[in-house]
Structures are given as structure tokens and as C-alpha cells.
Design a protein around this ligand. Structure first.
Ligand SMILES: Cc1cc2nc3c(=O)[nH]c(=O)nc-3n(C[C@H](O)[C@H](O)[C@H](O)COP(=O)(O)OP(=O)(O)OC[C@H]3O[C@@H](n4cnc5c(N)ncnc54)[C@H](O)[C@@H]3O)c2cc1C
Length: 403
């Protein structure tokens, strides 16, 4: 196949990354995103080598440098740490992924910033407010069906449309979505000088889980960019639509996956931010003064309820012109901060597979089949391990996640 047209359903982290990769490879690609724009705010994302290397492969050099410069400063210890409510360390363990020891290691990003970087330069190819509802395949190609009744013709469809993927539901209807029943919330506290002075040193490590001992946990992650975001954008991507971001600490609260049944939190979905903030304050009460100050300092407008859902691991399937990446096929609980990294990993691997078809004449279904097999081998073990209720308390990574 000397040329190819790829249709991507979903402009999240994985969908945008594959679009960047295909653009770099000179392959025609269109992205159909259901939302009216990059409306999603969001929390901090831990980054590992799998995701970071995928960004290096898919992004133009300037945007990859922008990702590195707007990533969190390298912390004194790039590890996950569990502490008790008084900030005493219980254990520290490495993150998932290959060794992360370059001079500027992968640390963490602001989710919205990463998405804005990934959208930069894709203007004509990124179609907002267009929901995919299904597909039709035939011997010559594939048609993506959109909710406004329009039909788009291409050679390959990529379902990058998240955990509730319409593309997966048609392709692999037996894969079930699992609601863990775990409920909670995430929020952001501005990292002011006054707050920074009160936080114990351990809160500045890579990622911090506070075991409150009552079946709930708080998870904390600092985001302080290596260089002010606006300054880095002005130099590396002038004119790009990328918001400035002040340093903050992400604060999440929820059930401990390893807790006994019956410890479930109420469903916070319909509570006001003030009620959620009160629940956060109650959770931190009596804890280390830095923890109490952190929770007090949460910006109420950023508090959003969360529910942990994931997919069942799919049995192997036959390759076709329709494939999947990211949460659409392996949505997992955020135990190891590996979901977005895995979506990025898929994007780079799929770009490479499709590039081999166009430049080396590789058979399309063979290339897609190899991509899917490798994804099952590399990502499904992490997916399985992250849904293990004991994983959050293990001071070493489970065997399946050690790759
Ligand atoms: C609280 C929390 C913390 C997390 N922290 C981390 C972390 O630190 N590190 C990490 O690696 N991962 C983390 N994750 C996981 C990570 O957020 C996901 O794995 C990642 O966003 C998956 O990217 P994606 O592009 O596959 O899917 P999504 O980000 O879900 O993107 C899917 C896109 O498709 C669009 N869409 C949906 N349906 C349609 C349709 N029918 N047609 C067109 N478009 C559609 C959506 O609007 C969305 O833009 C976390 C998740 C949660 C909930």
C-alpha cells in the first residue's frame, strides 16, 4: 500500500498522539472528537519511559522539548511512596516501566497541557463535536459512521475513544466494563510559598499515597514545571493554544482498593464542591500539619468526583482494518499511573506498524495483528496487576507489572 488514510475516533491523549505520529510519518489522518473542544481540565499525570519515549517518537522535536520543559521538575526521589497520616514513610517502590535515568527523566505533566501540546499543529485534521457511532468494513476499506449521519471513508479506523468506546463495543462486544464501586474525588491545591514551607519533604517525592488507615487513601502529586509553561511555549511553540499553569499539588481521595468490602465511600457524584471539600478536610483531620494545610488549600472550583472503572481483559481477536488503542481496549484503575502512558505507547507502536505498511509494503492485517499481539503481551499484564486489590499495598511491584 503506497498511501493510506487513517480515521481516528477520539482525540484524547492516545488519539492525538497517534495523529502526531502519523503526520510525522507522512500518513494522511483525520481525528473525530466527540467533545466541542479541548474542554477537559484535569489533573496531573505521572509519566514513565513507555509514554515518554512514545512522545519522543511521535512529536516533532520542538513539541517533545516543550513536553520535557513543561514536565514536573525532577523530584529528589522518582518513586511511589506510602506514608501514614503523620507522613511517616511505610514503603517506597519504583514506578512501572523501564529505567528512567536520563538527565531529564520523565516525571509528571499537567494533563491539559499535554493534550494541548499534542493538539498543536493538527488544526485541519482535528474535528471537534463529531462522535463516532460505528463502522462498516469491506474488501477495499472501512467507513467510519458519525452521529450526524455522515460517513467517512478510509483504509484503517482506530478506536481511541476511551473506556466507553463505541468502536470497541462493535468490534469486541463481549468485553465488559467493570465498576469497582470505588468512589472519591480529585482536586488541586495551588503550591504557594506558604504551603510549600509546610509540606514534609516526603510529599515532594514522585507520587505519594497517604494510607489513612480507615479503608481510604489520599494520593498526592506535586506539579511544578521545569520552566514556566508560558515562557517555554513562547520559545518552542509560539502562538500555540497552550494555557499557562501555576505550580500545584494534585490531591485525590478515595477508597483503598485493598480495603475490606463494606468500607466503600458514598457516591460523591451529586454533592457540591463545598460538601466534597468538607469530606476532604474530615479525611485529613488529625494528620500531619502539612497534610491539613494542603487539604485546606484545595481550590474548591477544581474538586471533581471520580469513580474507578476499568475493562475486563479481552481474549485475543482476529486483526481487521479496525483497531483499538488506549483506554478503549485496556482502561485500568490508576494504581500505577500507567493508563495514559500505555495509550501513548500504543500510539507509537501503531504508527510504526502502519508506517511499515506504507514504506515497506508490509501486509496491512499482518502489521495490525502484530501491533495488537504486542499490546496484549506488554500492556495487559499491567492492566491485570493494576486491578489487583493488594497492589496498592505492595512495597514491590507485582511480577506482572515489572517490565
Ligand atoms: C484519577 C485518574 C488519574 C490518572 N492518573 C494517571 C497517571 O498519573 N498516569 C497515567 O499514565 N494514566 C493515568 N490515568 C489514566 C489516564 O487518564 C487514561 O488511561 C488516559 O486518559 C487514556 O487515554 P485515551 O486517549 O486512551 O482515552 P481518553 O483520555 O479517555 O480519551 C478518549 C477521547 O475520546 C473521546 N470520545 C469518547 N467517545 C467518543 C466517540 N464516540 N467519538 C469520538 N470521540 C469520542 C473523548 O471525548 C476523549 O477525548 C488516570 C486516570 C484517572 C481517572
Amino acid at each position: 500500500m503506497s498511501s493510506m488514510r487513517v480515521l481516528v475516533a477520539g482525540g484524547g491523549i492516545g488519539g492525538l498522539c497517534v495523529a502526531q505520529g502519523l503526520k510525522k510519518a507522512g500518513i494522511d489522518c483525520e481525528v473525530y472528537e466527540a467533545a466541542p473542544g479541548l474542554v477537559q481540565g484535569g489533573y496531573r499525570l505521572h509519566m514513565n519511559v513507555l509514554g515518554g519515549d512514545a512522545l519522543r517518537d511521535c512529536l516533532p522535536d520542538g513539541l517533545y522539548e516543550l513536553y520535557l520543559q513543561t514536565s514536573r521538575r525532577t523530584p529528589r526521589r522518582e518513586v511511589s511512596v506510602m506514608v501514614d497520616a503523620q507522613a511517616n514513610e511505610i514503603w517506597a517502590r519504583p514506578h512501572v516501566g523501564p529505567p528512567n535515568d536520563s538527565p531529564r527523566p520523565h516525571t509528571a505533566v499537567n494533563r491539559r497541557t499535554l493534550r494541548q501540546i499534542l493538539a498543536t499543529g493538527l488544526d485541519d485534521q482535528l474535528h471537534f463535536g463529531r462522535s463516532a457511532v460505528g463502522f462498516e468494513t469491506d474488501d477495499d476499506g472501512v467507513t467510519l459512521l458519525l452521529d450526524d449521519g455522515s460517513r467517512v471513508r478510509g483504509d484503517v479506523v482506530i478506536g481511541a475513544d476511551g473506556i466507553h468506546s463505541r468502536i470497541r463495543r462493535q468490534l469486541l462486544p463481549d468485553v465488559r466494563e467493570v465498576d469497582t464501586g470505588m468512589r472519591g474525588m480529585w482536586s488541586i491545591a495551588p503550591l504557594t510559598d506558604e504551603l510549600a514551607a509546610q509540606l514534609p519533604d516526603v510529599f515532594y517525592d514522585g507520587f505519594v499515597i497517604v494510607n489513612l488507615g480507615d479503608g481510604t487513601i489520599l494520593a498526592l502529586g506535586v506539579y511544578d514545571p521545569r520552566r514556566p509553561v508560558a515562557e517555554a511555549v513562547a520559545e518552542l511553540a509560539p502562538g500555540a493554544h497552550i494555557d499557562d499553569v501555576a505550580p500545584y499539588v494534585m490531591v485525590t481521595y478515595g477508597n483503598d482498593m485493598g480495603a475490606a468490602p463494606g468500607d466503600d465511600l458514598p457516591d460523591f457524584a451529586h454533592d457540591s464542591p463545598a460538601v466534597l471539600h468538607d469530606a476532604l478536610r474530615r479525611a485529613a483531620r488529625g494528620g500531619h500539619p502539612g497534610l491539613v494545610a494542603l487539604v485546606d488549600g484545595v481550590d474548591e472550583s477544581t474538586i471533581a468526583p471520580s469513580a474507578v472503572r476499568h475493562l475486563e481483559v479481552a481474549d485475543p481477536w482476529a486483526p481487521s482494518r479496525v483497531t483499538l488503542l488506549g483506554d478503549a481496549i485496556h482502561a485500568m484503575p490508576p494504581t500505577f499511573g500507567a493508563g495514559a502512558n500505555s495509550a501513548l505507547r500504543d500510539a507509537a507502536a501503531l504508527t510504526k506498524a502502519l508506517q511499515d505498511v506504507v514504506s515497506d509494503g508490509r501486509d496491512l492485517l499482518e502489521a495490525i495483528g502484530d501491533y495488537e499481539r504486542q499490546m496484549r503481551e506488554e500492556v495487559f499484564p499491567i492492566m491485570r496487576a493494576s486491578a489487583d486489590p493488594d497492589a496498592v499495598h505492595a512495597d514491590t511491584l507485582p511480577e506482572e507489572a515489572r517490565r
